[in-house]
Ligand binder design. Sequence first.
Ligand SMILES: Nc1ncnc2c1ncn2[C@@H]1O[C@H](COP(=O)(O)OP(=O)(O)O)[C@@H](O)[C@H]1O
Ligand SMILES: [Mg+2]
Length: 221
Amino acid sequence: MTHVLLAESLEFRYGARTVFRNLSFAIAAGESAGLAGPNGAGKSTLLWCLMGLLRPHAGRVEVRVPFGAVFQNPDDQLFMPSILEDAAMPLENRGATRHEAREKALEALAAVGLEHAASRPGHALSAGERKRAALACALALSPGLLLLDEPTSELDPRAARLLAAHLNRLSCAKLIASHDLAFLRRTASRLLILDESCLAADGPAEILLNDEELLLRHGLK
Ligand SMILES: Nc1ncnc2c1ncn2[C@@H]1O[C@H](COP(=O)(O)OP(=O)(O)O)[C@@H](O)[C@H]1O
Ligand SMILES: [Mg+2]
């Protein structure tokens, strides 16, 4: 099986506080995995380590394909005069021509149903549209892996459903950090549960999401 991401014996601390230790898992090409866990379990910290924004104190991360990140707060990704430019800029930074970057950006915006809003700035969009625009910024890079942090925070149920539908149309691998179990049920075939510094569970989402006792034990119910 081809793996797009390998995390081996990862450890991260903020000062004296260990967030996780000896954490290992791999994500296969095209796989969609949910990363659940109670508030403060370390989901965002883990994603930042995988993205290379934080450096683990021990262990190794290997990302074998181009990856796209969708941060919890879309404002971190949408700050240009238009979402078209937000999605095109990272491509231009990587050497694409202005024309190529715009074409790819438009394609990515179309993939999340936002082509009509391409010329608008992020702040002129609804919360759901902003999340989808941030997803388009990541998709413009043609990622083999998407790392998403709390994609449904601030979304109403319909916007969350629409976002799930867009994600499910993508063939790239996904790691979706969320405590929104309904969303993970829709989008993930595998579930990792992070709690008390380690992976408390890692298995088929369908089974783990129906294990009431497990969910209760890890603050997910
Ligand atoms: N910059 C920081 N400095 C110190 N502690 C932090 C920092 N960021 C997060 N933490 C702590 O690390 C733990 C994990 O946080 P986080 O990764 O945000 O968890 P989650 O995303 O699962 O809610 C929490 O206890 C949080 O308070
Ligand atoms: Mg978080």
